[in-house]
Ligand binder design. Structure first.
Ligand code: SF4
Length: 294
């Protein structure tokens, strides 16, 4: 990163732009982003060296030269001469998360220190407290929610409102306590009116979540609701499309289930969530006890 900054300095870039670029690079460094990649799909449209460009091979009998103007003949249906088209392979750039390297020796206190009194996205304007996360820094099980609500914003702790109480009951039904697991959210500041976090807010805050997951190194990640699963799996599909299936996130087992706030409104779905949690218990070697699903 220092090299990138010195390169900026070496270029003939106006001073105010240099300063902005330097700040931006330092910000990425805080988030653990060490490497940057060229947008290869954009390069596919340019003629830069090394990037394959579709070629049209003209077959015998065809010509690219202008032909003399002749009286038009009645049109006949004929098949077009064959042309060989070399289609370049699909080029996909690395995702933001692939660009976030695991930082050796990273720790929750270090991540929290890097986050600081964060003003990186607009959510900072309405928050009272940053809700960083809570629980066992070496937990085998991490729950990821969407963002803090009013109670969480007031206390600076995740899942302490009504939905949080239900999550606590779910954790206890698994034979665990809150201090055994780690609980955090995709965004760490409360979205106004409890709206969903917006794309830019998620993009700005979620690399810190990624560092938290890497630092804790859990066996299992449980995504609570659509925002969490959409963020970690980088998809637009909702939680119901993934619920109860074992998925993988950076080499770890990931399972998505309904958010406890959804269960408060749809208690009929509690049974489905309990089935999901039983799958988690099986992976963690926890004993399933009868009568714990209510
Ligand atoms: S939501 Fe995250 S990125 Fe935005 S201000 Fe809060 S801590 Fe910073």
């Amino acid at each position: 990163m220092a090299r990138a900054i010195s390169l900026i300095m070496a270029e003939r870039i106006p001073e105010n732009l240099q300063q902005k670029l330097t700040e931006r690079l330092r910000y990425y460094e805080d988030m653990g982003i060490r490497f940057f990649y060229r947008d290869r799909s954009a390069g596919a449209h340019s003629q830069s060296p090394g990037v394959p460009v579709p070629s049209l091979e003209i077959q015998k009998g065809e010509t690219t030269l202008a032909k003399p103007v002749r009286k038009p003949e009645p049109r006949k249906l004929i098949s077009a001469p064959a042309r060989k088209i070399d289609v370049p392979p699909v080029l996909t750039g690395p995702s933001l998360f692939e660009a976030v390297d695991k930082i050796a020796g990273d720790s929750l206190p270090q991540i929290q220190a890097d986050l600081g009194d964060c003003t990186r996205c607009k959510l900072h304007k309405g928050r009272n407290k940053i809700v960083f996360g809570d629980g066992n820094p070496k937990a085998e099980l991490v729950f990821v929610g969407e963002g803090p609500g009013a109670d969480e914003d007031a206390q600076g702790l995740p899942f302490v409102g009504r939905a949080g109480k239900l999550l606590t009951q779910m954790i206890e039904a698994m034979g665990l306590q809150r201090k055994d697991v780690y609980i955090c959210n995709v965004v760490k500041c409360r979205p106004p009116e409890n709206r969903l976090p917006e794309k830019d807010e998620v993009a700005t805050c979620s690399p810190f979540l990624l560092r938290q997951i890497d630092a804790i190194a859990p066996k299992v990640i449980v995504c609570l609701g659509s925002v969490a699963v959409q963020t970690l799996l980088e998809t637009h599909r909702g939680v119901s499309q993934f619920r109860g299936q074992w998925l993988e996130f950076r080499g770890r087992k990931l399972l998505a289930t309904y958010h406890p706030a959804y269960l408060l409104r749809n208690s009929n779905s509690k049974g489905e969530v309990w089935k999901d949690l039983q799958k988690v218990m099986a992976v963690l070697g926890l004993e399933v006890k009868k009568g714990k699903s209510s």
